[in-house]
Design a protein around this ligand. Structure first.
Ligand code: AMP
Ligand code: MG
Length: 344
């Protein structure tokens, strides 16, 4: 059952890039070049340092905007829109790769990441339109068309049965952040911070040689609960506070849906932050592990161990995998928070 959660009133990006750039100095700080833009329904920025940074940041921005056009579920000219029309559709190699990756991750997470959830997400009004609470019967009807095993990818051809629809919302930003990082590196950048609506990718270290500081958003407040020190990796958080709405009875419904029930997730987790080498893996797992709940997420880490995570739970405690524990520091206000270390 969904509970009243009036304390989830905050809507913002997750990992706060603002916390990454407070103490630049030394080599190249005067060459910081920033491209700010709006894409994939969120605010984004690419900050690059050193020679050629300005051109590289612009090219990275162009790449993300190009992928947005390709993968938008609502843009009639996008490849995902064409695929969602049903039947066999030929798409670009990168779209076929994105869909294959989503299917792979759906399988790996036992369907917690469910790329075909779009009709249900849309019924709750999370992609365009008005937020509303669909009836149980409506959800059951829509769930008949949900199931990643209904999707076939053969080369660049994607086939969906009529009524089945893909949603790239849980993975697209992470995938795009990896592509943006590739563009920056190809253009000679060895120090950059990409923030695609809270999907963070760091290239190298800060220009002064120090690690980046990435804030982990307080899911129940305005600031952060602490900071992760990291370099050359990706960090992505999923949380109910990112996007939600309050129904007439005061219930707060978040944008991450449990594919089993078709209703917004309401479990023991407030937010999940994933740290790994790829943005796409982080993005897929942050959404999926949020669906799984604390125990499922811990089990998933113990099975795969190709990522680190920080879970903030409703019990007021943090659960942190052993590989990241020394890199995470709670801020003054959260020094008293119990941090449980997850071991293998
Ligand atoms: P994220 O912010 O990366 O956690 O992704 C959330 C977005 O993915 C939502 O806004 C929906 O568009 C979509 N979504 C919601 N629930 C799921 C799910 N269980 N599996 C896949 N995509 C989902
Ligand atoms: Mg995600």
């Amino acid at each position: 059952m969904l509970m009243r959660r009036k304390f989830f009133t905050m809507l913002t990006a997750v990992c706060m890039a603002a916390f990454c750039s407070c103490s630049f100095g030394g080599r190249g700080s005067e060459n910081a070049e920033k491209a700010d833009f709006f894409a994939m329904d969120t605010y984004m920025s690419v900050t690059a340092y050193g020679e050629g940074a300005q051109k590289a940041a612009e090219l990275a921005k162009d790449e993300v905007q190009r992928l947005d056009k390709l993968w938008s579920v609502t843009d009639e000219n996008s490849e995902i829109f064409a695929v969602n029309g049903g039947g066999e559709v030929s798409v670009s190699g990168e779209t076929a790769q994105l869909i294959s990756f989503m299917l792979e991750m759906a399988k790996r997470t036992g369907g917690a990441l469910e790329p075909t959830l779009y009709p249900v997400v849309r019924a709750w009004g999370f992609t365009g339109g008005e937020n509303r609470v669909p009836s149980g019967e409506e959800i059951q009807e829509l769930l008949k068309n949900v199931g990643y095993e209904k999707v076939t990818v053969s080369g660049n051809n994607v086939t969906l049965p009529s009524g089945v629809m893909l949603d790239t919302g849980a993975v697209g930003k992470g995938y795009a952040s990896d592509k943006a990082a590739e563009i920056l590196k190809e253009n000679g950048v060895d120090s950059a911070l990409i923030d695609l609506g809270g999907n963070i990718v760091m290239i190298g270290r800060k220009p002064d040689g120090k690690e980046w500081k990435i804030g982990v958003r307080d899911p129940e407040g305005n600031g952060v609960v602490g900071v992760i020190s990291a370099s050359d990796c990706a960090i992505v958080t999923s949380g109910v506070y990112e996007r939600n709405f309050t129904a007439a009875d005061g219930t707060v419904y978040g944008h991450i849906i449990d594919p089993k029930s078709g209703a917004p997730v309401d479990n023991d987790i407030l937010s999940v932050t994933i740290i790994a080498s790829d943005g796409r893996l982080c993005d897929a797992l942050s959404t999926a592990l949020f669906v799984m709940g604390k125990d499922g997420a811990i089990e998933h880490w113990r099975t795969h161990k190709d990522f680190e995570m920080i879970m903030l739970c409703k019990d007021g405690q943090a659960y942190v995998t052993e590989g990241i524990k020394d890199r995470f520091e709670a801020d003054e206000k959260h020094k008293g928070m119990k941090i449980n270390v997850i071991t293998g």
